[in-house]
Design a protein around this ligand. Structure first.
Ligand SMILES: Cc1cc2nc3c(=O)[nH]c(=O)nc-3n(C[C@H](O)[C@H](O)[C@H](O)COP(=O)(O)O)c2cc1C
Length: 391
């Protein structure tokens, strides 16, 4: 059994976590065509929350009509959408674990011709690898084009558009907490999506002048979203995800920009549940691995609260991060393939390999809920009336 700090309990916001392994947010396209959570999703989250005191961050969820709207991605902007999440949060809570719902708007409004054509969208936007070595979603060449195709309606982002997005975030956060019974929400400023696009200056001069140019201006939208959501549901129910090494970092001073963000978060929202940062990664032996000589630890000088690191971890490097940096560690791909990942890492058990071709397979149970638990876990929990494998 591991003695690493990875298995030391920690309080995050109002949650009492028994260990520091977090389920990373992952888009899996298992919702209905119109964005309602399915039984399949309940089963997936029931399985992944089987170790009590775990924190799971949900699929990136649409917070409003303007956020995106393509099929099979979950939504939470009407009361009905929010109610559909209840079986998931109930199941997670029955397992004595917690869920933060992640909210993302896409980098722009998708053109109608792609909006309802998931096959086409999948071909051009998803590819099978979430990120290339510099951090861009595979096939994405710029903020607007994916494999040479502009999938977004070209649109100037006016102050009014920005205000509408902020209202969407607030409405969705309120529904997530009060109706869906999530434990908190995670705001997504990663990988060139909308908030990140602002932070990175990706609209050029195609947005309101108060939101472009200086570091303060570029971060204004993200901080306004945080302010509004925090006012609605409280700091301790809000987490914030960043990817300082994502797209186009060479075009802006990403380090300076993210240090500014950390300082502002510490000053304005010192009780924020956590900051969650994606590390730079590199290909090695056909896999995307942690790029060990570069990491986001410098941000921990400016944000002293709970810090989750993610991206390319294996059990060994995760223990190192927990022990040396005092962080929580989020796992993505390994959690897809291992419903009992926490148990396996704790007891040094081998991990199931993941099947990348089924990462984004709309409504498909395969590659989603059919990865096996370890015999050791099943034996250890036998007779304990543990419903982890059933909905
Ligand atoms: C299938 C898949 C979907 C993902 N979807 C999201 C997402 O919706 N939101 C997000 O912030 N990151 C998303 N990511 C990135 C993961 O949260 C994580 O940062 C990434 O997989 C690196 O961690 P890993 O090396 O442990 O897989 C996704 C990754 C994968 C593999």
């Amino acid at each position: 059994m591991s003695r690493s700090k990875l298995f030391k309990p920690i309080q995050v916001g109002n949650m009492f976590l028994n260990h520091r392994i977090v389920h990373a947010p992952m888009t899996r396209l298992r919702a209905t065509d119109d964005g309602f959570v399915t039984e399949l999703m309940t089963k997936y989250y029931t399985q992944r929350s089987c170790i009590p005191g775990s924190l799971l961050i949900s699929d990136a969820t649409f917070a409003g009509e303007k956020s995106g709207g393509y099929p099979n991605n979950p939504r939470c902007f009407t009361k009905e959408h929010a109610k559909a999440w209840i079986p998931v949060t109930n199941a997670i809570h029955r397992n004595k674990s917690y869920m933060f719902m992640q909210f993302w708007p896409l980098p722009g409004e998708i053109k109608d011709e792609y909006r309802n054509d998931i096959q086409r969208l999948k071909e051009i936007a998803y590819n099978d690898c979430p990120m290339d070595p510099v951090g861009l979603p595979a096939g994405v060449e710029s903020f607007d084009t994916v494999q040479g195709i502009n999938i977004y309606k070209k649109k100037y982002m006016s102050k009014q558009d920005i205000q509408e997005h902020i209202r969407d975030f607030v409405n969705a956060a309120s529904l997530a907490i009060h109706v869906a019974k999530a434990d908190g929400v995670e705001l997504h400023q990663v990988n060139g999506f909308l908030l990140d696009r602002f932070v990175l200056g990706g609209f050029g001069n195609q947005c309101d002048p108060n939101y472009r140019g200086s570091v303060e201006n570029r971060c204004r939208f993200a901080l306004e979203v945080m302010e509004a959501v925090v006012q609605e549901i409280g700091q301790d129910k809000v987490g914030y995800r960043i990817s300082p090494y994502s797209a186009w970092m060479e075009q802006i001073d990403s380090v300076e920009t993210h240090i500014y963000l950390m300082k502002e978060i510490s000053r304005r929202f010192p009780k924020l549940a956590y900051v969650h940062a994606i590390e730079p990664r590199q290909y090695w032996n056909g896999h995307m691995m942690l790029k060990s000589e570069l990491n986001t630890s410098y941000l921990q000088n400016y944000w002293k609260g709970p810090f989750i690191t993610a991206g390319g971890y294996d059990p060994g490097s995760a223990k190192e991060a927990a022990d040396e940096r005092g962080t929580l560690v989020a796992f993505g791909r390994q959690f897809i393939a291992n419903p009992d990942l926490v148990y396996r890492i704790q007891y040094n058990l081998p991990l199931n390999p993941y099947n990348r071709s089924l990462f984004y397979a709309p409504k498909n149970p395969l590659g989603y809920i059919d990865y096996p638990f370890s015999q050791e876990y099943l034996y250890a929990t036998k007779g304990k009336n543990n419903k982890h494998t059933q909905v």
